[in-house]
Design a protein around this ligand. Structure first.
Ligand SMILES: [Fe+2]
Ligand SMILES: [Fe+2]
Length: 303
């Protein structure tokens, strides 16, 4: 597919809207970013932290390997995500600094999964190269480039949350200990990324009276990134579903995060919206009628 050059500056982001006062010496950029940075450092890991040679073949299934490869595909597009997000956020010093740290960790997700696939001995290195080449040719960001900040924060929050839950489930379901360890490292970082975007969305909601409408609309039309650039997403999506086996529990966990952003009243409005119910049923196989008391059970929050 043809790759498009980014059009000129995102009209939704006026220049110089995010100028921060000078921080105390020793604070990285802003107090909020400084806190994120500390946790970023504390949760960072290295490829050398994984005992690749200890992979237990007797506990590794073909489904595990297919799940690793499908997740690796999505993570492998990292440079394309980063260039788009840096371009979008270039006037927002805090968000662009986040994007650089985020990109470094997401790169490790790709590299870790790629290394696991190779170390497992279940994948031919040449086949892996061909696979990655086709993924890197994929396009991403056409819709994202024109998102307003409240929409962009909301979408990122949800994508990172769902991704964190994917790794959480995959890690719980696999019986192979080295894979479990790798997936735990990734899961923790995905939830941390989601938390940053949740905070950002809450700040915008509290300062811009129109933000809530955009946030709700974004939640209503939420989508994950994979289908937009993977032509065989039906196959890869199935590989992801097999290892994560998502259910109502996961849906409620994600809604716990949504509740922290928009509150119970707006959440009730969202999950009773007919278009949202249809979307959940069509795209996620979720039937809300199966939850006998959704409002009562929504009180436990996600990560
Ligand atoms: Fe990731
Ligand atoms: Fe992520």
């Amino acid at each position: 597919m043809a790759y498009e050059i980014a059009p000129d500056l995102n009209p939704n982001i006026p220049p110089n809207t995010h100028v921060f006062p000078l921080s105390e010496p020793g604070t990285v950029l802003t107090p909020r970013f400084d806190k994120f940075y500390s946790i970023h450092k504390a949760t960072s890991w290295d490829l050398r932290d994984i005992p690749w040679h200890q992979i237990d073949q007797s506990r590794l299934t073909d489904d595990d390997v297919n799940g690793v490869l499908a997740a690796m595909d999505i993570e492998s597009l990292n440079p394309v995500y980063v260039q788009t997000l840096l371009w979008m956020n270039r006037q927002d010093h805090e968000e662009s600094a986040f994007t650089i740290l985020w990109g470094e960790q997401e790169l490790h997700h790709y590299l870790g999964l790629r290394m696991y696939a190779l170390a497992s001995g279940r994948v031919n290195p040449q086949d892996l190269d061909v696979r990655l080449e086709s993924r890197r040719a994929g396009q991403w960001g056409k819709k994202e480039r024109v998102l307003t900040p409240p929409r962009a924060r909301t979408r990122t929050m949800m994508q990172e949350q769902v991704t964190g839950q994917f790794y959480q489930n995959f890690g719980a379901n696999t019986h192979e200990p080295v894979l479990k360890r790798l997936l735990k490292f990734i899961e923790i970082q995905e939830f941390h990324h989601s938390g940053w975007s949740l905070e950002g969305a809450i700040i915008l909601k509290n300062t811009d009276p129109h933000a809530i409408e955009e946030i709700e609309d974004e939640l209503l039309n939420f989508e994950m990134p994979g289908p937009s650039f993977m032509e065989d997403y039906e196959v890869q999506g199935e590989a992801l579903r097999k290892v994560a086996n998502p259910g109502i529990k996961d849906f409620l966990q994600a809604l716990g995060k949504v509740e922290r952003l928009i509150g119970k009243v707006h959440l009730a409005k969202l999950i009773t919206h007919p278009a949202y119910r249809k979307k959940l049923s069509d795209e996620w196989g979720m039937d809300l009628s199966k939850i006998t008391n959704p409002f009562g059970r929504l009180s436990f929050s996600g990560s």
